[in-house]
Every structure is written in C-alpha cells, then in structure tokens.
Design a binder for this molecule. Structure first.
Ligand SMILES: *Cc1c(COP(=O)(O)O)cnc(C)c1O
Length: 368
C-alpha cells in the first residue's frame, strides 16, 4: 500500500453528520452563518488573538490581508523563496515586488540578519514564513519592522497551534495567516484565516471577502469572494475537538523518526527549539554528505510505494514566472538553494503506523 507524505485528519463520520444536521433546518449554507460564527469564536479563544477572520482558503486569506494594507503598487516586500508558491503569488498578485531574503541554516526561516541590507525606500512590508512550523525570529523581525516602519505579515500556514514562549503563533506581526487545507495539521477541507489585533481591519476584511459589500445597499470597494462555507466551518469545529490528540500522535511519529535517524552521519534533522511548542507539521530531513543523495533517496522510497516530498524545491525565486525579476535567482539566496537541493520531507500524519516509520527509515538506512 502506498504511503503518502500526508493524510488528512478527519472526525468520525457520525460526528460530522451531527454537526452539519442543523444546516438542513436552517438552510443557511454560507455568508457567516451559525457554524462560521461558532468556529471563529472558538479560534479566537484558543489562539488568544483579538480577531480571526475566516476565509475559504489560506491563499486568499494571505492575498486579502496584504491587500488590506493598501500598499502603493510596485512597492517592495521582503520575503523568502523557501516556501510554497502561494506566499510569493500573494505578494505579486497585489501588484507588489517580492524581494527575496535568504534563510538561516538552522530552521530554514528567513535569516533576520540579512533583512536590513534588502530594505530600500520602496520597502513597505516583510512577509516571512514559519516553515515546517518552525518559528521565525519574531523578536528580531519586530525590531527591524519598528525601526524601518514596515508591516509584518506572517505566512503561518504551517504553524497552527504552535507557540513561541507560550504565546500563539497567531499573535506576532501585524497579522498572521493560517491555512486549513486538507493537508495541514488542522483542516476545514479547504480553508484559512487571518489573525490580528487591529480592530479597524475586521469590517474591511469581512467586506473584502464578500464582494466589497459594506452594507445592504452599498458596495464600498472592489472586493472578491473568499468566504468560508458552513460545511467548512463545521469540519473545523469537529477537527478542533481532536486537535490535541492528533498532535500527540504526530509527536509519537516524529520521536520514532528521531530514534532511527538522529545522529546518522550525513543526515540533518530540525532540532526542537526550547522556546517553541511544536505542532509536528512536517518532518524535513537534509541529506548532506550521506551515502546517497536526496534525489536517490526520493526515488528509492517511491520504488517502495513511499511518497516523500522535495518540500521546498524548487525555490520560488527560480519559478518560470519569477526568475526574470530583478533580484531573483537561486544564487541570490545560496543557503535556501543549498537546502532546497538536499531536503526531503518524509511521510508524517497522525495515523502513520510506527512500523511504517521503521520501514521508511530502514529503506533510507540501507544506503548507509
Ligand atoms: C498551504 C500553504 C499556503 C496556502 O494555503 P491554502 O489553504 O492551500 O490556500 C500558503 N503558504 C504555505 C507556506 C503553505 O504551505
């Protein structure tokens, strides 16, 4: 049987049916219905953040929060190429120019010591990514942003339920975006959210995701449609009940991987950070000086029905659509390029059997 890199967490069938039953009575399927409101309130409480605005997916959440700041067209946004396509697209689709900052070799998030050199008079914001659920250097980034009067919008798609020094990842920067896509630690099938504390953004984002409608008979601006439906919210309410258990199961899987792979020559793992409460979202392994290359391991696993992912390869600054931007190209971000060529994320999900982890590691270590 094929083992995929991920497998969606789902509540019991009966539990979900129970949750959506009322919708057959209310016939209110979207547009901020009862499930949407309940789910939003539960998230605000759980994350300890003043405002959560729900979206139909994480990408549109990010695109809309960037748009909400109304940066001038052509302004520059410092970001990372070591991420999913979405982060860079969200910047560019807003008419802004991404400026790629390299990552650090410890946890692959933006190297905060390299940000200031990239700031010009056109810079308006920093969009860092908590890659794999590893927290960025939120303190240093906050200092730089304050000093240069920049907004900070975190792509926290990987970092749901992660805490830094006991504070939720939702609480850093001017805003943070979560993805609740089926493949993430916590899902609403498709879904996403923006978290922030500025009261003035609430009505704005709610209008933006609903065609710019500002009251029953007025449309204040050119909005789109990015609303979360009641069925998605109901999935969120159910999955939230099981989140702790799912993360505990992921932890056991990660510990099993560590038992086999930690300390093996040529294999580098992301070490837990004492300030971070992790969510065990991904299990990246860097093959650097191992007897086999990342690509060889990838192929070997695939031959055995095990689907790992070269996550993140290629870098977004080498995409066909971005490689000709000034400042693009992998050579401008050598650390990111180095790891993009060597990293593999291994299968990780709550229900992954520990015997399967043993088998996966056995296949890798055969090559020692
Ligand atoms: C998943 C993901 C997104 C996009 O979220 P969707 O909910 O799939 O739209 C954005 N950024 C990163 C880093 C992601 O992994």
């Amino acid at each position: 049987m094929t083992i995929n890199v991920t497998r969606s967490s789902m509540p019991g069938f009966e539990e979900y049916c129970e949750e959506i039953k009322e919708l057959w009575e209310s016939r209110w399927l979207t547009n901020s219905g009862a499930k949407h409101q309940k789910f939003q309130a539960e998230l605000e409480k759980m994350l300890g953040v003043p405002h959560v605005v729900l979206f139909t997916n994480g990408h549109l959440a990010l695109e809309n929060i960037i748009a909400a700041f109304e940066f001038p067209k052509g302004a520059e946004v410092i970001t990372t190429p070591f991420t999913f396509a979405s982060t860079t697209h969200a910047i560019v689709r807003n008419g802004l120019t991404p400026v790629f900052c390299d990552v650090n070799p410890e946890n692959y998030t933006m190297d905060a010591s390299k940000i200031e050199a990239l700031i010009t008079e056109k810079t308006v914001a920093i969009v860092p990514v908590h890659v794999y659920g590893n927290m960025c250097d939120v303190e240093k980034i906050a200092d730089i942003a304050k000093k240069h009067n920049l907004k900070v919008i975190y792509d926290a798609a990987h970092a749901f339920a992660v805490k830094y020094k006991g504070v939720s990842s939702a609480c850093f920067g001017d805003a943070s975006m979560f993805s609740f896509h089926a493949t993430k630690v916590f899902n609403t099938i498709e879904g996403g959210a923006v978290c922030f504390s500025d009261d003035s953004l609430v009505d704005k984002l709610n209008s933006m995701k609903n065609f710019g409608i500002t009251s029953p008979e007025s449309v204040g601006f050119v909005g789109g449609n990015a609303k979360m439906s009641e069925f998605q919210a109901a999935m969120g309410i159910c999955n939230l009940r099981h989140l702790e258990g799912e993360i505990a199961k992921r932890k056991a899987v990660v510990e099993r991987y560590f038992r086999h792979l930690d300390g093996v020559k040529g294999i580098k793992l992301c070490k837990p950070d004492k300030n971070v409460t992790p969510n065990y979202a991904y299990f990246p392994v860097v093959f650097d000086g191992f007897t086999a290359s990342r690509d060889e391991i990838f192929t070997k696993l695939a031959e055995n029905g095990i689907i790992a992912r070269k996550y993140f390869y290629p870098l977004t600054n080498t995409f066909d659509c971005y490689k000709n931007l000034p400042g693009s190209g992998a050579e401008k971000t050598p650390v990111a390029a180095y790891f993009a060529d060597r990293v593999l994320t291994l299968p990780l999900y709550a229900d992954l059997a520990l015997e399967d982890v043993d088998r996966i590691c056995g296949i890798i270590l055969e090559r020692r």
